[in-house]
Write a new protein. Sequence first.
Length: 95
Amino acid sequence: MVGEDGAADGGVEEIRGINITRYSFNDFGSAVFRATFRYIGTTETLTGLFRVQSTGLLQLEVASDQPLPALHGRPGLDTDFGIDNSATLYFFANH
């Protein structure tokens, strides 16, 4: 699990500026947060939504370089996001 600003895990590094909302945690120990990061071996800083499983496993779910259906180009990931008790991640994106 991400322990400090600038950590590396889940195939990414330089995880910084971690943001959470009141909906970032579910009743089963999973969480979601928004942060900037870089893919290992690259220099471009991106924004992403990360899921942390109750086991501590970190997974990048959505990144600002990944196209989303119905949006053209790179999405902007809004500050409203969360995870529900069925582990469904939800968020707002814009272009």
